[in-house]
Design a protein around this ligand. Structure first.
Ligand SMILES: [Zn+2]
Length: 303
């Protein structure tokens, strides 16, 4: 009988010991319960504007056409590079420099604005010269003496800046040459991508980077140049140290994107950089900032 008592006592002690050890282990391995956060009376910070990358269409050769967006304001500004593909590759490189800069410095975009940048509206023409319709470096492009004219057109050999719906004609001109303007306004998928994106975002103004003529040009479609176009073109040209010409008349142009935008009462300018090799970053960043200032001032006037 005593033996049994001892036996059960030992078993009991062992069970208690195992139980205590298990509990200690459980406590050691279980994370401490989270202390509930105290409600704060501090004002939540504004959400930091971040870059958004969206595909807005595909080229004839199925390359993506992308837009990068910065800021969250109600007024939309659209900047377009590379409508003339690899022939004007520095306009795409400039657009990517703007994208890189705003990605690192999102607070540069004023609160009331959203900035949209399309770096390469003609990625097929760009690929003809750089080997890619996307990001490239100056090492990917030919030497200056090898400027490739065919890189200006899309894969259907259409000059995209003649394919829009303002005085469109099947053939148009580029300096002394005749160029294809497509089979109808917006026959080309790249022009459709821009048309539809404009319809979606209703930009307050649009700028196209081209090269090269060392001038900023306003736009019109059978009517006068919009006063805001003149104001925005003058501001950009002054900030960037380019000349300003209210309306291009060196030779007749039909179906250009800027004229089509003018027909929609959307101010649009053409920025022809001085060089077809450099991005002229300092000049063009100053030009972009002149638009930020313009719309900040305009917003103040409205208030
Ligand atoms: Zn051009």
């Amino acid at each position: 009988m005593q033996g049994n008592v001892k036996f059960y006592a030992v078993i009991g002690i062992l069970l208690v010991a195992v139980g205590a050890t298990s509990f200690a282990l459980y406590q050691a391995l279980t994370p401490a319960p989270q202390v509930a956060e105290q409600p704060t009376t501090e004002v939540e910070p504004e959400p930091t504007p971040t870059v958004t990358q969206v595909e807005i269409g595909r080229s004839v050769e199925n390359r993506p056409i992308e837009v990068y967006r910065f800021g969250t304001g109600p007024t939309n500004l659209l900047f377009v590079g590379g409508i003339h593909g690899g022939y004007e590759w520095n306009s795409s490189l400039l657009a990517w420099e703007v994208i890189d800069y705003l990605t690192i410095n999102p607070s540069e975009v004023p609160a009331g604005l959203t900035v949209h940048v399309i770096p390469a509206l003609n990625p097929d023409g760009l690929a003809l010269v750089t080997g890619t319709g996307g990001r490239f470096t100056t090492a990917d492009v030919p030497t200056p003496s090898e400027r490739v004219a065919t890189g200006r057109f899309n894969a259907n050999n259409v000059d995209l800046n003649r394919n829009f719906d303002c005085n469109w004609a099947p053939e148009s001109t580029w300096r002394g040459a005749t160029v294809s303007a497509g089979s109808a306004p917006f026959s080309e998928p790249e022009a459709v991508a821009l048309r539809d994106y404009v319809a979606t975002t209703n930009p307050a103004a649009v700028a196209f980077w081209h090269s090269q003529a060392d001038n900023v040009y306003g736009s019109a479609c059978n009517g006068g140049v919009l006063p805001a176009t003149t104001a925005l073109g003058t501001a950009y040209a002054a900030a960037a140290n380019y000349g300003y010409v209210n309306l291009f008349d060196a030779y007749p142009i039909t179906g250009d994107a800027e004229g089509w935008l003018a027909s929609l009462n959307i101010p649009a300018i053409t920025i022809e950089m001085e060089s077809y090799i450099d991005t002229e970053w300092e000049q063009n960043w100053a030009g972009v900032q002149s638009w930020f200032d313009y719309f900040a001032d305009t917003a103040l006037q409205v208030i």
